[in-house]
Design a protein around this ligand. Structure first.
Ligand SMILES: [Zn+2]
Ligand SMILES: [Zn+2]
Length: 376
């Protein structure tokens, strides 16, 4: 009876660790090019696997120092040399464990991560991969990106969007041997969510819910700061039409911080620009005063997307007037305008809308369901 209990606990631990499809591999701290670091356990039980062969026991009082030497990792524990290996894994026995990495360099960098760590050496510096439960990763991302938000419904919106991003992009770094990087290229991730506990609550209460389109694919839940009152159809910006990225008119963001902007350009510069873009001599500055979403100037075929990039405008929603020999752009919103408008979502959440109402307002023809993992 007792043996059976031990066995089932062991099996449960196996399921909770290593072989769980709900874990993802995140490449961390690569931009610091670490060559020496200290590892310490913050909570939970850990052991270190050396080259998948030997086990090194570690506990909370131990300091483990790793140094990259050639292609190998030198391992010291409490000042004593232990091994020179190709790779090592710091493995946790439960999903609530966390450890600290202190990168040794001029401005030492300390971070705390949940779960497990894989260490090897590539091109003379450490390659660090954090193996972490998807929801703990999502909580870390939200704290890294919008850590001080206190509205639980808004945090739930971000949890569902961030989780959808991960589960749609699992192959993004496949060739490099991990699934997500910790930079803005994927999602900014500075480690364990530690300060705003509402984030954990928002992540847990949305379980494994993600956003599916009408073909039951996880959507690309793009968002931007402020749409200026109207979002854009995806094909008007990126040429690809997506059933869930439809233009919606949005009154929720009109008082947002990024609701309005203005930019002035010398008229001569503007006319030179239009002439260069069209390959013709242009003398009409192409003024217009109606706020319709458009993809190109009304008088010539120059795209607003190009104008936004070339003149560093905040959005493609603007009108053009002329004042005292200058061309004046009055604009609304900030960002590409496709998908969810963040300032609108903030206002909706502050006015009592729930996370699913907010998501369904900005994404069209979508369904919110828990993701089915292959092992289930
Ligand atoms: Zn990436
Ligand atoms: Zn908006």
């Amino acid at each position: 009876m007792f043996k059976k209990y031990i066995l089932s606990v062991f099996l449960l631990l196996l399921i909770l660790n290593g072989i769980n499809a709900k874990d993802i591999q995140v490449s961390i701290l690569g931009e610091y090019n670490p060559v020496q670091l200290n590892l310490a356990i913050i909570s939970g039980d850990y052991y270190i696997s050396l080259d998948d062969e030997k086990i090194l026991k570690v506990d909370n009082a131990d300091n483990v120092r790793l140094t990259a030497i050639g292609t190998k990792v030198s391992v010291e524990k409490n000042g004593q040399f232990m091994a020179l290996v190709e790779n090592l894994q710091l493995i946790s026995s439960d999903s609530l464990s966390s450890f600290k990495i202190n990168i040794i360099r001029a401005n030492s960098k300390t971070s705390i991560y949940p779960n497990s760590l894989f260490v090897s050496v590539k091109n003379g510096t450490f390659r660090l991969i954090n193996s972490v439960g998807i929801n703990q990763y999502v909580a870390g991302v939200i704290e890294s990106e919008i850590g001080n938000v206190k509205n639980i419904e808004l945090l739930k919106v971000q949890a569902v969007i961030s989780r959808s991003y991960v589960l749609r992009n699992l192959d993004k770094h496949k060739a490099e041997g991990f699934q997500m990087c910790d930079k803005v290229h994927c999602q900014v991730y500075h480690g364990k969510c530690r300060f705003n506990l509402l984030i954990n609550q928002a992540v847990d209460s949305t379980g494994y819910i993600v956003i599916f389109d009408d073909l039951n694919e996880v959507i690309d839940a793009v968002f931007h700061a402020n749409c200026g009152g109207q979002t854009i159809n995806s094909e008007d910006l990126w040429s690809k039409s997506k059933s869930y990225l439809r233009a919606v008119s949005d009154t929720f963001c009109s008082a947002g911080k990024q609701a309005n902007w203005q930019k002035e350009i010398a008229k001569s510069e503007w006319l030179q620009y239009l002439s260069r873009k069209t390959g013709q001599r242009i003398e009409d500055p192409c003024l217009f005063a109606d706020w319709n979403r458009r993809t190109q100037l009304p008088c010539c075929s120059v795209s607003l997307k190009d104008i936004r990039t070339d003149w560093k405008l905040r959005s493609t929603l603007f009108i053009i007037s002329e004042q005292d020999g200058k061309i004046v752009f009055n604009g609304k919103g900030f960002g590409h305008g496709v998908g969810m408008c963040q300032e609108g979502a903030i206002n909706m959440a502050n006015n009592g809308y729930t996370y699913d109402q907010i998501i369904k307002f900005y994404y069209t023809n979508i369904h919110l369901f828990p993701y089915q993992f292959k092992t289930e």
